[in-house]
Design a protein around this ligand. Structure first.
Ligand SMILES: C[S@@+](CC[C@H](N)C(=O)[O-])C[C@H]1O[C@@H](n2cnc3c(N)ncnc32)[C@H](O)[C@@H]1O
Length: 224
């Protein structure tokens, strides 16, 4: 049975427990990603709960719970919210809502994570999202970006080109995504993304330098 068919068969199974997530390479990759997040949280001595915006279906909620890191999640999709609420017992607090208008006070969270999100959108959306994420954090915001890696260099040498996304026919929030696939950030681009929202780059957490595209940019709120 193909992977897709296998996943469809498991559609009532929580996404954290589907076959794709159980494959060894994915588990190693996920562990490396989680380690980078946890290192940033610990380095900042983040006060809890931290906010995950968006939280999707509760990716890493099980690991956060094991490490006694309490999380509040927010996501626009009711199905994702439902899964996120079922990810661990007792559940983390998860709200349904839009990142552009979050129902939280200014500085309500000491530490905010935005994983696999802002990089998918156009500059106008990213600017609004960064402002709102900066508003609700008291001190730190950790944002996932893609950056140059050996894989990207090899792709360029091969002249590989992925077709644009068909966002017009995509369902729900996916319509608001950029058409172009990868947006590779340099540290200067990350600094420029945070500055209008009053954020400055404190540190970069690479998941696996040059082997993984993924990097987490730790921003801190600029004083004033
Ligand atoms: C690629 S997933 C990443 C989810 C999560 N951060 C993770 O790492 O698993 C993108 C998520 O963003 C959510 N989303 C998209 N637009 C949103 C918006 N405007 N406000 C809140 N959540 C949104 C989607 O529902 C989806 O769960």
């Amino acid at each position: 049975m193909g992977e897709r068919a296998e996943e469809a068969r498991h559609c009532t199974v929580h996404p954290l427990h589907r076959p794709r997530q159980r494959r060894l390479a994915r588990r190693i990759n996920n562990y490396s990603i989680y380690r980078a997040l946890r290192r940033a949280i610990r380095d900042c001595r983040a006060e809890q709960p931290i906010l995950m915006a968006p939280c999707g279906y509760g990716w890493f909620f099980d690991r956060f719970r094991q490490d006694r890191i309490e999380v509040v999640g927010i996501d626009i999709e009711p199905a994702a919210v439902e899964f996120a609420r079922a990810a661990v017992t007792p559940p983390m607090r998860v709200l349904q809502g839009n990142i552009l208008e979050m129902p939280f006070n200014d500085g309500e969270f000491d530490f905010v994570i935005s994983n696999r999100f802002v990089l998918h959108f156009n500059a106008e959306f990213r600017a609004k999202a960064m402002k709102e994420l900066a508003r609700v954090t008291r001190r730190h915001l950790l944002v996932h970006y893609d950056s140059n890696s050996l894989r990207q260099i090899l792709r360029r040498i091969r002249g590989a080109q992925e077709p644009e996304r068909d966002v017009e026919h995509a369902p729900g929030w996916k319509k608001t995504k950029r058409k172009e696939r990868k947006l590779l950030y340099t540290p200067e681009m990350m600094a420029a993304e945070g500055a209008p929202a009053g954020l400055r780059v404190k540190e970069l957490y690479y998941v696996c330098y040059m082997l993984s595209d993924r990097v987490y940019c730790l921003y801190e709120k600029a004083p004033g």
